[in-house]
Ligand binder design. Structure first.
Ligand code: ADP
Length: 501
C-alpha cells in the first residue's frame, strides 16, 4: 500500500510504502489525554489493617507525588514497628479463625470477586497507576490492570484444586505471608503476590513501594468491598524500615520480595537461622540477541518494546542488545529511526510511548549512568525529542560499541538505556550473554527454530522470549537465576512457595 501524507513539521508531502519503516520525519499527533475525573483519590490514606483503614501509630504521613509534574497526589501513612505488629497479628488471627478453615471453593469465590471488581474498575485503576507511577496510560490500561485481574482469575481457579496440582503430596498453607513489592508494576506485583497466597490458604501483609502506594490502597478498598474476612489481606505503607520490620516479625512464615538485589541480600541475611520461607525476584540485565536471519523490522520493534516502552522500568527489560555483525549497521540505523518516532511525555496521553521516570532519585541514577557510559568512551545516541519542563523524564538512549567490561553493560540501570554489542558466532554470544551476575530473562530473534532451542538450553535466564519480548501470562512461571533471585511466580510453580508438603 502506498500513502501520501502531509508532514506538518517539514510542511511537505511525503510518500510511505506500508511495511517500510519511514525514517524521514516525525509524526505529530494532537494530544489525546485520558480523562481523570473518574479516578477518585482521598487526600489522606491510612493503613489497611484488619479490614479497616486505621491511623498509623507513628502518626506520620508522607506525600506521594505524580512524577510527571511533581504535584502531590495524596498523603500516605508511614507504618512503624507497632503498626507492622498490628498488621501481622491481624493476619495471624484471620488465618487461624477464618481462612485456614474455610472450604477452598469458598476462598476461590473471594479471589474471583476481587478479579471481577478490578475489571470493573479498570479505567480508574489504570489512570491512578499512570498518575502515581509515571507509566504511559497505554501500558497501564492494556497491560498492567488486565494482567492483574487475570492473575486473580487464574489463581481463583487453583484454590480448590491443590490436591490435583500436587497429587499425593497433601499441600498445606504456611500461615502469614509478608509481601514487599517495588514501584515498576504496583498493582500487578500486588496481584502476583496476593492471588497465589490466598489461593493456597495463607493470609497476607503487603507493603507497596513508597513512591507508588495508590493502586495498592485502591486494592485495599476493593478487598473491603468484596467483604473478605477482616485481616485476610492487610496493606500497609511506608519505607524500607517498614519492610525490614515485616521481614523480622516472628509471626511471619513466608516472605515474598520483589526489588533490588541489594535489598534482597539484606533480607536473606536477616532471616538466616529462621524457618521462614522466602522467594526473591531481584534485578536483571537481559540480553536481547538478534541473528542475521532474524526478521529485522520485527526485531527492531521488539527491541524498542523490550527497553523503551515503560521507560526501561522493567527488571526483565532487554537492556543489552547483541546484534550479529552482518546486520549490525542495518539494525542500528533502523533503531535510531524508530527512536525518533517515540513520543516522550505526559503519561496520561494515549499517544505517549515513554512516560515519566518514577522518581527524582531514579532519574539521577540513570543520568549518572549516562555519564559513566560517555566517560567509558562509548558513542551515545539519544532521540532528538524535547522533554517536558517539569517532572522526571529521560530520552531513549543507545550506547553503541559497548564491551563486556563496561559498567553500563554489567550494572542494572533501570531506565531507557540500551547498550549495543556485536557478535559473530553463537558460542560467542552465549558466552557474552551469560557473563553477567544476573539471569532473569533474555530474548532471541532468528528464523531458525534449532537456534532458538540451542540458545534456550544454554542461556542462564529464567524466561526466554523467542521472536517476541515482554510477553506475560498468569499461567507461565517467572523468576531468575543467580543474582536475579530464586523461586517462581506465576503458573503452577507460583503456588509452591506458599505451601508445605
Ligand atoms: P527498587 O530499587 O526497585 O526501588 P528496593 O529494593 O529499594 O527496590 O525496594 C523494593 C521494596 O523493598 C520497596 O517496597 C522498599 O520499601 C522495600 N525495602 C527497602 N529496603 C528494605 C529492607 N531493608 N527490608 C525490607 N524491605 C525493604
Amino acid at each position: 500500500m502506498h500513502l501520501e501524507v502531509q508532514n506538518k513539521k517539514l510542511n511537505k508531502t511525503m510518500s510511505i510504502t506500508k511495511g517500510t519503516p519511514n525514517t524521514d520525519f516525525n509524526w505529530e499527533y494532537a494530544p489525546a489525554p485520558e480523562a481523570k475525573d473518574h479516578a477518585k483519590l482521598k487526600k489522606q490514606y491510612d493503613l489497611f489493617i484488619n479490614g479497616e483503614f486505621v491511623k498509623p501509630n507513628s502518626k506520620k504521613y508522607y506525600n506521594t507525588i505524580n512524577p510527571s509534574n511533581e504535584e502531590v497526589l495524596a498523603q500516605v501513612a508511614e507504618a512503624n514497628e507497632k503498626d507492622v505488629d498490628l498488621a501481622v497479628t491481624a493476619a495471624r488471627n484471620a488465618y487461624e479463625k477464618y481462612w485456614k478453615k474455610m472450604p477452598a471453593k469458598e476462598r476461590a469465590k473471594y479471589i474471583f470477586r476481587i478479579a471481577r471488581v478490578i475489571q470493573e474498575r479498570s479505567r480508574e485503576l489504570a489512570v491512578i497507576e499512570s498518575l502515581n507511577g509515571g507509566k504511559p496510560i497505554r501500558e497501564s490500561r492494556d497491560f498492567d490492570i488486565p494482567t492483574a485481574a487475570n492473575h486473580f482469575f487464574y489463581y481463583a481457579g487453583w484454590a480448590d484444586k491443590l490436591e490435583y496440582a500436587f497429587p499425593n503430596r497433601h499441600p498445606q498453607s504456611l500461615g502469614v505471608a509478608a509481601q514487599i513489592i517495588p514501584w515498576n508494576f504496583p498493582l500487578l506485583m500486588a496481584a502476583w503476590k496476593i492471588a497465589p497466597a490466598l489461593a493456597t490458604g495463607n493470609t497476607v501483609v503487603l507493603k507497596p513501594a513508597e513512591s507508588t502506594p495508590l493502586t495498592a490502597l485502591k486494592l485495599a478498598e476493593i478487598i473491603q468491598d468484596c467483604d473478605l474476612p477482616p485481616g485476610v489481606v492487610n496493606i500497609i505503607t511506608g519505607f524500607g524500615n517498614t519492610g525490614a520490620a515485616m521481614v523480622k516479625h516472628p509471626n511471619v512464615n513466608k516472605i515474598a520480595f520483589t526489588g533490588s538485589t541489594d535489598v534482597g541480600k539484606i533480607i536473606q541475611k536477616s532471616i538466616a537461622g529462621t524457618t521462614k520461607k522466602i522467594t526473591l525476584e531481584l534485578g536483571g540485565k537481559a540480553a536481547n540477541i538478534v541473528f542475521e536471519d532474524a526478521p529485522i523490522n520485527q526485531a527492531v520493534e521488539g527491541i524498542i518494546n523490550g527497553i523503551f516502552f515503560n521507560q526501561g522500568h522493567v527488571c526483565c527489560a532487554g537492556s543489552r542488545l547483541f546484534v550479529q555483525e552482518g546486520v549490525a549497521e542495518e539494525v542500528i540505523s533502523k533503531l535510531k529511526a524508530r527512536m525518533e518516532t517515540l513520543i516522550v511525555g505526559d503519561p496520561l496521553d494515549k499517544n505517549t510511548d515513554l512516560g515519566a521516570i518514577n522518581s527524582k532519585e531514579q532519574l539521577e541514577k540513570i543520568q549518572s549512568f549516562l555519564k559513566i557510559g560517555v566517560n567509558e568512551g562509548l558513542e551515545m545516541y539519544q532521540s532528538s525529542c524535547s522533554l517536558p519542563k517539569k517532572g522526571f523524564f529521560c530520552k531513549p538512549t543507545l550506547f553503541i560499541g559497548a564491551a563486556q567490561s563496561n559498567r553500563v553493560v554489567q550494572e542494572e540501570i533501570f531506565g531507557p538505556v540500551l547498550t549495543i554489542q556485536t557478535f559473530r558466532t553463537i558460542e560467542e554470544v552465549i558466552e557474552k550473554a551469560n557473563n553477567i551476575p544476573y539471569g532473569l530473562s533474555a530474548g532471541v530473534w532468528t528464523d531458525k527454530g534449532s537456534k532458538i532451542f540451542n540458545l534456550t538450553s544454554k542461556l542462564r535466564a529464567g524466561v526466554i522470549w523467542a521472536n517476541t519480548y515482554n510477553k506475560f501470562d498468569p499461567t507461565s512461571p517467572f523468576g531468575g537465576y543467580k543474582e536475579s533471585g530464586f523461586g517462581r511466580e506465576g503458573g503452577l510453580h507460583g503456588l509452591m512457595p506458599y505451601l508445605k508438603f
